[in-house]
Design a protein around this ligand. Structure first.
Ligand SMILES: [Zn+2]
Length: 204
């Protein structure tokens, strides 16, 4: 499935999710899960936040075998995430990768808190996540909108999604080559906890 068709499929799935209906295919895939024992053909990679309120298969109304999902707090991009996207693209020919952030992201809020008031006792592992998100949100702190915490949070979430999508687009020769020559599309999207809607606002 090419990237545009995959993107359309995700949009249709999200529309069903918002309308509280389930497609027949995702439900049937649960019954037919034994069919996937010997292989899979996921049509999209989702690099999403670990947040319990944003389960990728549910918000896109997809079933077994549909999505190759990578979840990490703050939807950050580190070598293991890049490698996972490379793996899906190379092994299964998946041609769409979506960075899925969300409103009210705790990891982004924690990064803003850390920038306002550094906490020296933070574990190095959590500090690593904050250090990734920091690159996206720090430049916003000096902008006029930063005076309003709500505006800053809204912009910080989107900046962090854009940074991760750009990191995937330019952080690996393999992915860069796939984008240039093989139709791989990397897009950034935001899930709104308030409405259930996914806004694909960073579609190259
Ligand atoms: Zn989050």
């Amino acid at each position: 499935m090419d990237a545009r068709a995959a993107l359309e499929k995700l949009k249709q799935g999200n529309a069903r999710f918002i309308a509280n209906v389930r497609g027949a295919e995702p439900v049937l895939s649960q019954v037919r899960r034994a069919d996937f024992v010997h292989g899979q053909n996921p049509f999209a990679v989702i690099l999403g936040c670990s947040d319990s309120r944003v389960p990728a298969e549910l918000v896109f109304d997809q079933g077994f075998g549909d999505l190759f999902v990578i979840r990490v707090a703050g939807n950050i991009v580190a070598p293991s995430q890049v490698g996972s996207v490379e793996f899906a693209a190379a092994r299964f020919g998946t041609r769409l990768a979506v960075v899925l952030g969300h409103t009210h992201c705790g990891a982004v809020a924690a990064t803003l808190d850390e920038l306002r008031q550094p906490s020296p006792g933070q574990s190095p592992n959590m500090r690593y996540i904050v250090s990734c998100i920091r690159h996206a949100v720090e430049p916003l702190m000096s902008e006029p909108g930063a005076r309003d915490p709500e505006t800053l949070m809204t912009e910080a979430v989107r900046a962090n999604i854009r940074l991760s999508a750009d990191h995937l687009r330019h952080g690996s020769e393999v992915l860069e080559g796939l984008v240039k020559r093989d139709g791989l599309l990397i897009v950034g999207a935001e899930y709104r906890l308030e409405t259930g809607e996914v806004d694909f606002f960073d579609a190259d």
